[in-house]
Design a protein around this ligand. Structure first.
Ligand SMILES: [Mn+2]
Length: 402
């Protein structure tokens, strides 16, 4: 089995002959083993020869941080000085030389570029500014550099592009064009900046697929997502952003992003937060890369649920709801890509009941060693799928990796 083209440093755990777990240990993890929170599953027996160069990157968060810790990290314990970014980023594909020159006194207020279109320099400047602010500026002063109107304009511009993408995006690299798949980044702005520079910035030579979970847990979810949205607006065909389970109202209200936005934008916070929520609804759910690699945050999904007939529902009027929405066991069949394309993804929180279950499955499901498809009882949403389902999904859709 030849894995060399996949990634230079990965760990392969053999769980099952058809069902292997690929964990990526990034070079900056300082020997500490980190897992992709969503591992990749594929059949072990088959040799992988992909029509494109595929790199996998995964980041795991340091730990869940309380907002106090978050604030301390920003105001009292900033990370060590980082090299300035603008120069490295303005050269596509350049391996950045680290430049330890001191940071500027204070960055100017970020304004939308004259002429209306984002440029590579502008995105480079935004990254440098976000980086500087994260190290030197108290969290609640961020609006003085990054005005709420600018944040909202950028989010809306990206959302308009994302909205036009189908649920399942076909990413078809040209010959010689590499694809970098990035796992959960969870508000780790500095890791993302490092990663983009390390892998080489998005360009005509390099496509990026980010596999969701941009916010929550880390202290800089807003900055991280803004930077990725800026790249999306700049290079919509080279940067693909998928939705993660954390890109939802529920997760962001529990795991930190909502509080982060409120801490940074105070009175304007609710407005800014709402814009981000609307943007989450526009994020596509999955990609197929080079016709053979399926990527999604959670994974495999069931076929469309058929509810009891209207006549039956009418008859039960008065005591509806639960009885009507009990999941029909026959719906526990593997979904098709066509069904995925037709699902309604514009939901703040993917429903765990009712008819529109595909978004919840794609974002929340987990692989399992048990055969078949079953409800994901531990999460209360999504599915568990077994090695046989991986095989069936790959074979049915003529894929090699999921
Ligand atoms: Mn995650």
């Amino acid at each position: 089995m030849e894995f060399e083209p996949l990634a230079p440093d990965f760990l392969l755990e053999s769980l099952h002959p058809h069902h292997a777990r690929l964990s990526v240990t990034p070079p900056w993890s300082r020997g500490q083993r980190r897992h992709a929170t969503r591992d990749l599953f594929f059949p072990l027996r088959r040799s992988l020869s992909l029509p494109c160069q595929l790199h996998l990157h995964a980041l795991e968060t340091r730990s869940d941080q309380s907002l106090t810790e978050t604030k301390n990290e920003i105001t009292e314990h900033p990370p060590p000085n980082a090299p300035t970014l603008a120069h490295a980023m303005s050269q596509p594909g350049a391996a950045a030389a680290t430049d330890p020159s001191p940071s500027p006194a204070s960055p100017p207020v970020v304004e939308w570029p004259e002429g209306g279109a984002l440029t590579r320099d502008w995105v480079a400047g935004l990254a440098a500014t976000l980086d500087w602010c994260s190290r030197h500026l108290p969290a609640d002063r961020l609006p003085t550099v990054l005005p709420p109107a600018l944040v909202q304009r950028l989010v809306l511009a990206a959302a308009a592009i994302l909205h036009r993408e189908p649920n399942l995006v076909r990413v078809d690299p040209r010959p010689g064009q590499a694809v970098v798949v990035v796992g959960d980044v969870h508000g780790q702005l500095h890791d993302v900046i490092f990663l983009l520079r390390d892998a080489g910035f998005p360009s005509e030579e390099r496509i990026f697929v980010f596999n969701g979970d941009y916010v929550d847990r880390g202290a800089w979810g807003l900055e991280t997502l803004l930077l990725l949205l800026a790249w999306k607006v700049l290079l919509p065909n080279c940067v693909f952003l998928l939705r993660g389970n954390h890109e939802s109202k529920y997760c962001t209200s529990v795991y930190g992003f909502e509080r982060e936005v409120m801490a940074k934008y105070k009175d304007q916070g609710p407005q800014v937060y709402r814009k981000f929520l609307r943007c989450f609804e526009d994020l596509p759910l999955a990609t197929i890369i080079a016709g053979c690699v399926y990527t999604a945050h959670g994974g495999i999904f069931r076929g469309t649920v058929v509810l009891p007939s209207k006549r039956l529902k009418k008859g039960k009027k008065g005591r509806k709801n639960k009885a009507d929405f009990t999941v029909d066991p026959t719906s526990m069949r593997l979904g098709s890509l066509d069904e995925l394309l037709k699902a309604r993804r514009t939901v703040l929180d993917p429903p765990w009941e009712g008819q529109n279950l595909i978004p919840g499955d794609v974002l929340w499901s987990d692989p399992s060693l048990e055969m078949g498809l079953s409800p994901n009882k531990e999460r209360g949403i999504g599915l568990l799928w077994g090695p046989d389902i991986t095989q069936q999904f790959l074979r049915t859709n003529n894929l090699k990796v999921t």
